[in-house]
Design a protein around this ligand. Structure first.
Ligand SMILES: Cc1ncc(COP(=O)(O)O)c(C=O)c1O
Length: 435
Protein backbone atom coordinates (compact mmCIF):
# COMPACT_ATOMS: atom_id res chain seq x y z
CA UNK A 1 0.00 0.00 0.00
CA UNK A 2 1.36 3.47 -0.80
CA UNK A 3 1.46 6.35 1.65
CA UNK A 4 -1.64 8.02 0.15
CA UNK A 5 -3.66 4.85 0.73
CA UNK A 6 -2.23 4.49 4.25
CA UNK A 7 -3.19 8.11 5.04
CA UNK A 8 -6.69 7.60 3.68
CA UNK A 9 -7.28 4.42 5.71
CA UNK A 10 -5.93 6.11 8.84
CA UNK A 11 -8.14 9.18 8.42
CA UNK A 12 -11.21 7.06 7.68
CA UNK A 13 -10.54 4.77 10.65
CA UNK A 14 -10.07 7.60 13.13
CA UNK A 15 -13.13 9.49 11.85
CA UNK A 16 -15.32 6.39 11.79
CA UNK A 17 -14.25 5.42 15.30
CA UNK A 18 -15.10 8.96 16.41
CA UNK A 19 -18.44 9.19 14.63
CA UNK A 20 -19.70 5.61 14.58
CA UNK A 21 -17.87 3.32 17.03
CA UNK A 22 -16.98 5.24 20.15
CA UNK A 23 -14.85 8.39 20.38
CA UNK A 24 -13.71 7.19 23.80
CA UNK A 25 -11.37 4.73 22.10
CA UNK A 26 -9.43 7.60 20.51
CA UNK A 27 -8.72 9.09 23.91
CA UNK A 28 -7.59 5.76 25.23
CA UNK A 29 -5.32 4.60 22.41
CA UNK A 30 -1.69 5.38 23.19
CA UNK A 31 -0.78 6.17 19.61
CA UNK A 32 -3.73 8.27 18.57
CA UNK A 33 -3.92 11.97 17.97
CA UNK A 34 -7.56 12.70 17.08
CA UNK A 35 -6.77 16.34 16.28
CA UNK A 36 -4.48 15.23 13.47
CA UNK A 37 -6.52 12.15 12.61
CA UNK A 38 -3.30 10.21 13.19
CA UNK A 39 -3.09 6.76 14.74
CA UNK A 40 -1.50 3.39 14.54
CA UNK A 41 -3.96 1.44 12.40
CA UNK A 42 -3.22 -2.26 12.26
CA UNK A 43 -3.39 -4.05 8.96
CA UNK A 44 -1.83 -7.50 9.06
CA UNK A 45 0.10 -10.01 11.11
CA UNK A 46 3.83 -9.88 10.50
CA UNK A 47 5.13 -13.34 11.25
CA UNK A 48 4.06 -15.33 14.31
CA UNK A 49 4.68 -12.68 16.93
CA UNK A 50 4.15 -9.25 15.38
CA UNK A 51 1.66 -6.89 13.73
CA UNK A 52 2.16 -4.58 10.78
CA UNK A 53 0.38 -1.24 10.56
CA UNK A 54 -0.83 0.47 7.39
CA UNK A 55 2.47 2.33 7.01
CA UNK A 56 4.45 -0.93 7.05
CA UNK A 57 5.88 -0.46 10.57
CA UNK A 58 5.89 -3.64 12.63
CA UNK A 59 5.20 -4.07 16.34
CA UNK A 60 6.25 -7.01 18.47
CA UNK A 61 3.13 -8.30 20.21
CA UNK A 62 3.62 -8.39 23.97
CA UNK A 63 -0.07 -8.26 24.69
CA UNK A 64 -1.04 -11.42 22.84
CA UNK A 65 -4.52 -10.05 22.17
CA UNK A 66 -5.17 -10.16 25.95
CA UNK A 67 -4.19 -13.83 25.79
CA UNK A 68 -5.57 -14.98 22.44
CA UNK A 69 -2.34 -15.66 20.59
CA UNK A 70 -0.73 -18.46 22.61
CA UNK A 71 0.25 -20.39 19.45
CA UNK A 72 1.30 -17.19 17.70
CA UNK A 73 -0.45 -15.27 14.96
CA UNK A 74 -1.87 -17.35 12.11
CA UNK A 75 -0.13 -20.58 13.04
CA UNK A 76 0.01 -22.48 9.70
CA UNK A 77 -1.46 -25.69 11.18
CA UNK A 78 -4.41 -23.84 12.70
CA UNK A 79 -4.97 -21.83 9.52
CA UNK A 80 -4.84 -25.01 7.41
CA UNK A 81 -7.31 -26.86 9.66
CA UNK A 82 -9.70 -23.92 9.48
CA UNK A 83 -9.39 -23.32 5.73
CA UNK A 84 -9.80 -27.05 4.98
CA UNK A 85 -12.95 -27.04 7.09
CA UNK A 86 -14.12 -23.79 5.49
CA UNK A 87 -13.99 -25.47 2.08
CA UNK A 88 -15.88 -28.52 3.36
CA UNK A 89 -18.49 -27.11 5.73
CA UNK A 90 -18.13 -23.88 7.75
CA UNK A 91 -21.29 -24.17 9.84
CA UNK A 92 -23.26 -27.21 10.89
CA UNK A 93 -26.86 -28.27 10.35
CA UNK A 94 -27.77 -27.81 14.05
CA UNK A 95 -29.75 -31.03 13.82
CA UNK A 96 -27.47 -33.86 12.66
CA UNK A 97 -24.47 -35.04 14.67
CA UNK A 98 -21.36 -32.98 13.90
CA UNK A 99 -18.14 -34.99 14.18
CA UNK A 100 -15.65 -32.26 15.08
CA UNK A 101 -17.58 -31.20 18.17
CA UNK A 102 -17.56 -34.81 19.33
CA UNK A 103 -13.83 -35.15 18.63
CA UNK A 104 -12.97 -31.90 20.41
CA UNK A 105 -15.02 -32.94 23.46
CA UNK A 106 -13.19 -36.29 23.58
CA UNK A 107 -9.82 -34.55 23.20
CA UNK A 108 -10.63 -32.18 26.07
CA UNK A 109 -11.72 -35.06 28.28
CA UNK A 110 -8.28 -36.63 27.74
CA UNK A 111 -6.45 -33.34 28.34
CA UNK A 112 -8.37 -31.72 31.19
CA UNK A 113 -7.86 -32.42 34.89
CA UNK A 114 -9.25 -35.68 36.25
CA UNK A 115 -13.00 -36.12 36.25
CA UNK A 116 -13.80 -33.44 33.63
CA UNK A 117 -15.45 -35.46 30.89
CA UNK A 118 -18.18 -33.42 29.19
CA UNK A 119 -17.96 -30.17 27.26
CA UNK A 120 -20.34 -27.45 26.18
CA UNK A 121 -18.99 -25.18 23.46
CA UNK A 122 -19.57 -21.48 23.00
CA UNK A 123 -17.93 -18.48 21.37
CA UNK A 124 -16.34 -16.41 24.14
CA UNK A 125 -15.13 -16.32 27.71
CA UNK A 126 -18.20 -14.68 29.11
CA UNK A 127 -20.41 -17.37 27.57
CA UNK A 128 -18.22 -20.09 29.05
CA UNK A 129 -18.71 -18.54 32.49
CA UNK A 130 -22.49 -18.13 31.94
CA UNK A 131 -22.65 -21.83 31.07
CA UNK A 132 -20.73 -22.78 34.20
CA UNK A 133 -22.94 -20.62 36.45
CA UNK A 134 -26.12 -22.08 34.97
CA UNK A 135 -24.82 -25.64 35.30
CA UNK A 136 -23.83 -25.02 38.92
CA UNK A 137 -27.25 -23.66 39.81
CA UNK A 138 -29.05 -26.48 37.99
CA UNK A 139 -26.88 -29.07 39.73
CA UNK A 140 -28.20 -28.35 43.20
CA UNK A 141 -31.15 -25.94 43.33
CA UNK A 142 -30.98 -25.97 47.13
CA UNK A 143 -27.62 -24.16 47.01
CA UNK A 144 -27.96 -21.03 44.94
CA UNK A 145 -25.20 -18.79 46.28
CA UNK A 146 -22.13 -18.28 44.12
CA UNK A 147 -18.95 -16.86 45.65
CA UNK A 148 -16.43 -14.96 43.55
CA UNK A 149 -13.35 -12.97 44.50
CA UNK A 150 -12.61 -9.28 44.70
CA UNK A 151 -10.55 -8.13 41.69
CA UNK A 152 -11.91 -11.14 39.78
CA UNK A 153 -12.91 -10.73 36.15
CA UNK A 154 -15.11 -13.14 34.24
CA UNK A 155 -16.69 -11.16 31.40
CA UNK A 156 -19.36 -8.56 30.78
CA UNK A 157 -22.67 -10.33 30.22
CA UNK A 158 -24.94 -10.24 33.27
CA UNK A 159 -24.01 -13.51 34.97
CA UNK A 160 -20.26 -13.19 34.49
CA UNK A 161 -20.35 -9.47 35.30
CA UNK A 162 -22.24 -10.23 38.50
CA UNK A 163 -19.44 -12.58 39.47
CA UNK A 164 -16.79 -10.03 38.48
CA UNK A 165 -15.68 -7.51 41.01
CA UNK A 166 -14.90 -4.20 39.40
CA UNK A 167 -17.39 -1.57 40.59
CA UNK A 168 -16.83 0.68 37.59
CA UNK A 169 -18.06 -2.02 35.18
CA UNK A 170 -21.02 -3.05 37.34
CA UNK A 171 -22.42 0.21 38.70
CA UNK A 172 -24.02 1.56 35.52
CA UNK A 173 -25.83 -1.70 34.83
CA UNK A 174 -27.28 -2.78 38.18
CA UNK A 175 -28.99 -4.63 39.67
CA UNK A 176 -26.72 -7.62 39.19
CA UNK A 177 -27.78 -11.27 39.54
CA UNK A 178 -28.85 -12.09 43.10
CA UNK A 179 -27.00 -14.43 45.47
CA UNK A 180 -23.52 -13.67 44.23
CA UNK A 181 -21.05 -12.76 46.96
CA UNK A 182 -17.38 -11.76 46.86
CA UNK A 183 -14.51 -12.46 49.22
CA UNK A 184 -10.91 -11.21 49.02
CA UNK A 185 -8.78 -13.32 46.68
CA UNK A 186 -6.09 -15.46 48.31
CA UNK A 187 -7.83 -15.32 51.70
CA UNK A 188 -8.98 -18.75 52.88
CA UNK A 189 -10.38 -17.64 56.26
CA UNK A 190 -12.58 -15.09 54.46
CA UNK A 191 -13.94 -17.81 52.18
CA UNK A 192 -14.53 -20.11 55.13
CA UNK A 193 -16.43 -17.37 56.98
CA UNK A 194 -18.54 -16.57 53.95
CA UNK A 195 -19.48 -20.21 53.40
CA UNK A 196 -20.30 -20.62 57.09
CA UNK A 197 -22.49 -17.49 57.15
CA UNK A 198 -24.30 -18.48 53.97
CA UNK A 199 -25.06 -21.89 55.45
CA UNK A 200 -26.22 -20.33 58.72
CA UNK A 201 -28.83 -18.22 56.95
CA UNK A 202 -29.99 -21.00 54.62
CA UNK A 203 -28.40 -19.49 51.49
CA UNK A 204 -25.83 -22.26 51.03
CA UNK A 205 -22.95 -21.82 48.63
CA UNK A 206 -23.41 -23.92 45.48
CA UNK A 207 -20.22 -22.85 43.75
CA UNK A 208 -17.02 -20.88 44.15
CA UNK A 209 -15.85 -19.21 40.95
CA UNK A 210 -12.21 -18.11 40.67
CA UNK A 211 -9.43 -17.46 38.21
CA UNK A 212 -6.41 -19.50 39.35
CA UNK A 213 -4.34 -16.38 38.72
CA UNK A 214 -6.29 -13.15 38.39
CA UNK A 215 -5.42 -11.74 34.97
CA UNK A 216 -7.37 -8.52 34.55
CA UNK A 217 -7.23 -7.85 38.28
CA UNK A 218 -3.49 -7.25 37.89
CA UNK A 219 -1.84 -10.68 37.43
CA UNK A 220 -2.40 -11.61 41.07
CA UNK A 221 -0.73 -14.90 41.91
CA UNK A 222 -2.12 -16.70 44.97
CA UNK A 223 -0.09 -18.48 47.65
CA UNK A 224 0.65 -22.10 46.81
CA UNK A 225 -1.81 -23.40 49.42
CA UNK A 226 -4.72 -21.18 48.33
CA UNK A 227 -6.34 -23.24 45.57
CA UNK A 228 -5.87 -26.56 47.41
CA UNK A 229 -7.46 -24.84 50.43
CA UNK A 230 -10.38 -23.62 48.31
CA UNK A 231 -10.84 -27.14 46.94
CA UNK A 232 -10.94 -28.51 50.49
CA UNK A 233 -13.50 -25.90 51.58
CA UNK A 234 -15.68 -26.69 48.56
CA UNK A 235 -15.55 -30.38 49.48
CA UNK A 236 -16.39 -29.60 53.10
CA UNK A 237 -19.39 -27.41 52.22
CA UNK A 238 -20.59 -29.47 49.24
CA UNK A 239 -19.97 -26.63 46.79
CA UNK A 240 -18.64 -26.90 43.24
CA UNK A 241 -15.34 -25.32 42.30
CA UNK A 242 -15.47 -23.46 38.98
CA UNK A 243 -12.10 -22.37 37.64
CA UNK A 244 -12.08 -19.68 34.99
CA UNK A 245 -9.04 -20.55 32.85
CA UNK A 246 -10.10 -18.28 30.02
CA UNK A 247 -6.86 -16.33 30.27
CA UNK A 248 -4.61 -18.74 32.20
CA UNK A 249 -5.43 -21.86 30.16
CA UNK A 250 -3.91 -23.29 26.97
CA UNK A 251 -0.33 -23.21 28.21
CA UNK A 252 -0.10 -19.55 29.15
CA UNK A 253 1.29 -19.97 32.68
CA UNK A 254 3.67 -22.87 31.93
CA UNK A 255 1.21 -25.77 32.25
CA UNK A 256 -1.63 -26.62 29.88
CA UNK A 257 -4.05 -25.43 32.60
CA UNK A 258 -2.93 -23.20 35.45
CA UNK A 259 -4.67 -25.34 38.09
CA UNK A 260 -2.09 -28.07 37.37
CA UNK A 261 0.55 -25.95 39.15
CA UNK A 262 -1.47 -26.35 42.32
CA UNK A 263 -2.56 -29.98 41.88
CA UNK A 264 -6.22 -28.96 41.97
CA UNK A 265 -9.00 -30.32 39.75
CA UNK A 266 -12.10 -28.13 39.50
CA UNK A 267 -15.64 -29.44 38.94
CA UNK A 268 -16.17 -27.06 36.02
CA UNK A 269 -13.50 -25.28 33.98
CA UNK A 270 -13.99 -22.39 31.55
CA UNK A 271 -11.85 -21.87 28.46
CA UNK A 272 -11.86 -19.30 25.63
CA UNK A 273 -9.39 -16.73 24.24
CA UNK A 274 -6.44 -18.90 23.03
CA UNK A 275 -8.73 -21.94 22.74
CA UNK A 276 -9.51 -20.95 19.13
CA UNK A 277 -5.82 -20.62 18.26
CA UNK A 278 -6.05 -16.90 17.57
CA UNK A 279 -7.95 -17.72 14.39
CA UNK A 280 -11.59 -18.43 15.32
CA UNK A 281 -13.49 -17.26 18.44
CA UNK A 282 -14.20 -20.31 20.58
CA UNK A 283 -14.99 -21.12 24.20
CA UNK A 284 -15.90 -24.12 26.31
CA UNK A 285 -17.07 -25.18 29.72
CA UNK A 286 -15.84 -28.62 30.69
CA UNK A 287 -17.25 -30.50 33.66
CA UNK A 288 -17.95 -33.62 35.59
CA UNK A 289 -20.51 -36.06 34.28
CA UNK A 290 -22.94 -35.74 37.17
CA UNK A 291 -23.16 -31.97 36.65
CA UNK A 292 -23.71 -32.20 32.91
CA UNK A 293 -26.26 -34.96 33.56
CA UNK A 294 -28.73 -32.18 34.44
CA UNK A 295 -28.85 -31.47 30.70
CA UNK A 296 -29.10 -35.08 29.51
CA UNK A 297 -32.91 -35.30 29.53
CA UNK A 298 -33.16 -32.13 27.51
CA UNK A 299 -29.94 -31.08 25.77
CA UNK A 300 -31.68 -27.93 24.58
CA UNK A 301 -31.84 -26.50 28.09
CA UNK A 302 -28.62 -24.63 27.38
CA UNK A 303 -27.56 -24.11 23.74
CA UNK A 304 -25.73 -21.77 21.38
CA UNK A 305 -26.34 -21.65 17.63
CA UNK A 306 -22.73 -20.94 16.76
CA UNK A 307 -21.09 -22.60 19.77
CA UNK A 308 -19.02 -25.62 18.75
CA UNK A 309 -19.29 -24.78 15.05
CA UNK A 310 -17.00 -26.80 12.75
CA UNK A 311 -14.58 -23.91 12.11
CA UNK A 312 -14.11 -23.28 15.83
CA UNK A 313 -13.71 -26.98 16.59
CA UNK A 314 -11.18 -27.42 13.78
CA UNK A 315 -9.24 -24.45 15.17
CA UNK A 316 -9.35 -25.74 18.76
CA UNK A 317 -8.26 -29.29 17.84
CA UNK A 318 -5.36 -27.94 15.76
CA UNK A 319 -4.42 -25.53 18.56
CA UNK A 320 -4.23 -28.32 21.13
CA UNK A 321 -2.05 -30.34 18.74
CA UNK A 322 0.30 -27.41 18.23
CA UNK A 323 0.55 -26.70 21.97
CA UNK A 324 1.52 -30.33 22.59
CA UNK A 325 3.75 -30.89 19.54
CA UNK A 326 5.70 -27.68 20.05
CA UNK A 327 5.78 -28.11 23.83
CA UNK A 328 4.58 -24.55 24.22
CA UNK A 329 3.49 -24.78 27.88
CA UNK A 330 7.03 -25.92 28.80
CA UNK A 331 8.43 -23.12 26.65
CA UNK A 332 6.23 -20.61 28.48
CA UNK A 333 7.60 -21.89 31.80
CA UNK A 334 11.30 -21.64 30.94
CA UNK A 335 11.22 -18.51 28.81
CA UNK A 336 8.82 -16.81 31.22
CA UNK A 337 11.09 -17.51 34.21
CA UNK A 338 14.07 -16.11 32.32
CA UNK A 339 12.21 -13.00 31.14
CA UNK A 340 10.78 -12.34 34.59
CA UNK A 341 14.28 -12.51 36.06
CA UNK A 342 15.49 -9.93 33.53
CA UNK A 343 12.49 -7.70 34.07
CA UNK A 344 12.93 -7.82 37.84
CA UNK A 345 16.56 -6.80 37.36
CA UNK A 346 15.43 -3.86 35.21
CA UNK A 347 12.95 -2.81 37.90
CA UNK A 348 15.66 -2.93 40.58
CA UNK A 349 18.09 -1.09 38.33
CA UNK A 350 15.72 1.83 37.81
CA UNK A 351 14.47 1.96 41.33
CA UNK A 352 11.27 3.82 42.07
CA UNK A 353 9.88 3.84 38.52
CA UNK A 354 8.06 0.51 38.76
CA UNK A 355 7.20 -0.99 42.12
CA UNK A 356 7.17 -4.70 41.21
CA UNK A 357 7.29 -7.30 38.48
CA UNK A 358 5.57 -10.65 38.84
CA UNK A 359 4.34 -13.49 36.70
CA UNK A 360 3.98 -17.17 36.01
CA UNK A 361 5.01 -18.57 32.65
CA UNK A 362 4.36 -15.92 30.02
CA UNK A 363 1.64 -14.16 32.00
CA UNK A 364 3.65 -11.32 33.51
CA UNK A 365 3.02 -7.83 34.81
CA UNK A 366 4.87 -4.72 35.82
CA UNK A 367 3.29 -2.63 38.52
CA UNK A 368 3.75 1.16 38.67
CA UNK A 369 3.01 3.57 41.48
CA UNK A 370 0.23 5.19 39.46
CA UNK A 371 -1.75 5.03 36.23
CA UNK A 372 0.14 7.94 34.60
CA UNK A 373 3.57 6.27 34.96
CA UNK A 374 2.23 2.97 33.61
CA UNK A 375 0.70 4.77 30.65
CA UNK A 376 3.96 6.61 29.99
CA UNK A 377 5.82 3.29 30.09
CA UNK A 378 3.43 1.73 27.55
CA UNK A 379 4.03 4.70 25.25
CA UNK A 380 7.81 4.30 25.56
CA UNK A 381 7.46 0.63 24.66
CA UNK A 382 5.33 1.48 21.63
CA UNK A 383 8.00 3.98 20.53
CA UNK A 384 10.34 0.95 20.58
CA UNK A 385 7.85 -0.99 18.43
CA UNK A 386 6.59 -3.21 21.23
CA UNK A 387 2.90 -3.42 22.07
CA UNK A 388 1.99 -3.76 25.76
CA UNK A 389 -1.16 -2.72 27.56
CA UNK A 390 -2.73 -2.21 30.94
CA UNK A 391 -5.02 -4.65 32.67
CA UNK A 392 -8.63 -3.82 33.39
CA UNK A 393 -7.41 -2.39 36.69
CA UNK A 394 -5.79 0.35 34.57
CA UNK A 395 -2.33 1.22 33.30
CA UNK A 396 -0.96 1.02 36.86
CA UNK A 397 -0.43 -2.65 36.04
CA UNK A 398 1.06 -3.27 32.60
CA UNK A 399 0.88 -6.82 31.38
CA UNK A 400 3.55 -8.58 29.37
CA UNK A 401 1.73 -11.44 27.67
CA UNK A 402 3.47 -12.37 24.40
CA UNK A 403 2.62 -15.34 22.19
CA UNK A 404 4.20 -18.50 23.61
CA UNK A 405 6.06 -18.72 20.29
CA UNK A 406 8.04 -15.53 20.96
CA UNK A 407 11.63 -16.08 19.78
CA UNK A 408 14.50 -15.92 22.28
CA UNK A 409 15.94 -12.94 20.43
CA UNK A 410 12.56 -11.16 20.58
CA UNK A 411 12.25 -11.91 24.29
CA UNK A 412 15.69 -10.36 24.77
CA UNK A 413 14.57 -7.28 22.83
CA UNK A 414 11.54 -6.93 25.09
CA UNK A 415 13.63 -7.08 28.26
CA UNK A 416 16.07 -4.53 26.87
CA UNK A 417 13.23 -2.21 25.82
CA UNK A 418 11.71 -2.50 29.31
CA UNK A 419 15.04 -1.54 30.86
CA UNK A 420 15.47 1.41 28.48
CA UNK A 421 11.90 2.62 28.96
CA UNK A 422 12.20 2.51 32.76
CA UNK A 423 15.55 4.33 32.53
CA UNK A 424 14.09 7.03 30.31
CA UNK A 425 11.22 7.66 32.71
CA UNK A 426 13.66 7.74 35.61
CA UNK A 427 15.92 10.29 33.88
CA UNK A 428 13.06 12.64 33.01
CA UNK A 429 11.92 12.83 36.61
CA UNK A 430 12.83 15.96 38.53
CA UNK A 431 15.84 15.34 40.80
CA UNK A 432 14.91 15.16 44.49
CA UNK A 433 15.43 18.46 46.32
CA UNK A 434 18.52 18.33 48.58
CA UNK A 435 18.24 18.96 52.31
C1 LIG B 1 -10.46 -14.75 33.17
C2 LIG B 1 -11.41 -14.21 32.14
N1 LIG B 1 -12.66 -14.71 32.07
C3 LIG B 1 -13.52 -14.27 31.16
C4 LIG B 1 -13.19 -13.28 30.26
C5 LIG B 1 -14.19 -12.80 29.27
O1 LIG B 1 -13.88 -13.29 28.00
P1 LIG B 1 -14.57 -12.66 26.71
O2 LIG B 1 -14.05 -11.26 26.57
O3 LIG B 1 -14.14 -13.57 25.60
O4 LIG B 1 -16.03 -12.70 26.95
C6 LIG B 1 -11.91 -12.72 30.30
C7 LIG B 1 -11.51 -11.64 29.39
O5 LIG B 1 -10.57 -10.92 29.58
C8 LIG B 1 -10.98 -13.21 31.26
O6 LIG B 1 -9.75 -12.71 31.36
Amino acid sequence: MDSAQADWITRETVTNFRDHVNPGFLEYRKATDPARAAAVVEWADAGPNSYRDVTGRTYLDCLGGFGIFNVGHRHPKVVKAVTDQLRRQPLHSQDLLDPLRAMLAKTLAMLAPDGLEYSFFCNSGTEAVEGALKLARAYDPSKQTIVGATKGFHGKSYGSLSASAKAEFRRPFGPMLPNIEHVPFNDLPALHDMMTSCRAVGEDVGAVLLEPIQGEGGVNIPDDDYLPGVRALCNEFGALLILDEVQTGMGRTGKMFCCEHYGVAPDLMCLAKAFGGGVVPAGAVIGRREIFAKLFDNPFLHTSTFGGNPLACAAAIATINVLIEERLPERAATLGARMLGEIQKAVAHNSGVAVAARGKGLLMALEFPDHATGFEFAKHMLDRDILVSGTLVNARTIRIEPPLTIAEEEAGRVCQAINESLAEISQRRPAPVEG
